[in-house]
Design a protein around this ligand. Sequence first.
Ligand code: 0O2
Ligand code: 0O2
Length: 262
Amino acid sequence: MAINEWNDFLIPYEQAVDELKVKFKSIRREYRKRNEYSPIEFVTGRVKEISSIIDKANKLDIPLDRVGYEMEDVAGVRVMCQFVDDIETVVEIMRKRKDMQIMYEKNYITNVKASGYRSHHVIIKYPVNMSFGEKDILAEFQIRTLAMNFWATIEHSLNYKYKHEIPNNIKLKLKMAADAAFQLDEQMLEIKDEIKDAQRLFEVKSSLVSHIINNILTLSSMGKFAEATRYQTQINKLIEEGEVFELSSLLRDTERTLQMYK
Ligand code: 0O2
Ligand code: 0O2
């Protein structure tokens, strides 16, 4: 293929990468706007270099006129997550989408590669609207944690440096680093549960506090100032470090008092 033919060939892939990046960054923005935790930390994308396409086609014996059908990563999007279980959430989001069709998945997290590489790959068929009409292209999503990404980036550059013949002693170190990255992901997942518990506890407590304060305000509006002041003093003591059972008990007290006057 002449260079201008390559440029034409790559147009829909460039458009697809641009669109897919915007779409997945928007998902992140949506979570943020709702003040919710986002399973997506950041998104990057690239169109494969012409020289890399030719190298890979030669390696895999793909005739150049079949690249569009047989090379799945000419368009590549990478989604980085903070925690391992966010990856499944992202894949679920992809499975539900109507603007892309999942062709197949390669789970290198459950099936770690011999190199130590971990990531979840999803190959999609994606329709691009061109000037002449719709064109379906293949695109590869690599969904991974920050630790997986760190490891893969380093390993990729070493592969480049050593032309895919990394010396054994460095290979061994990379294997150990892959284990360390795995451990890091596991430990972070444990912290994630703790953070979620803390957030849930915070929500329960703030809901109790706001119910109590509402009841105190109702008592005040009924002119029951002595009771309102007494409960106000009690809630002031509990607001910083009160336990759920203490707040629940105070809430019940305020409700009983209100019932009495109704
Ligand atoms: P913001 O405002 O920084 O969040 P692009 O063309 O820039 O959209 P590209 O060229 O595919 O994207 O990839 P690039 O430039 O490598 O990075 C894309 C986005 O990922 C950029 O943000 C980077 O800031 C962000 N990014 C890259 N590496 C990291 C990282 O290690 N941690 C975090 N948190 N973010 C990273 P945006 O989209 O330009 O916007
Ligand atoms: P790039 O653009 O340089 O990243 P294969 O036949 O195994 O070589 P295949 O069948 O196309 O490749 O698919 P596979 O194995 O799912 O790998 C596709 C992409 O996943 C690779 O693209 C890498 O980006 C990434 N990947 C797979 N294995 C490794 C690994 O051991 N280390 C790192 N760092 N990345 C890996 P390319 O073709 O290398 O292109």
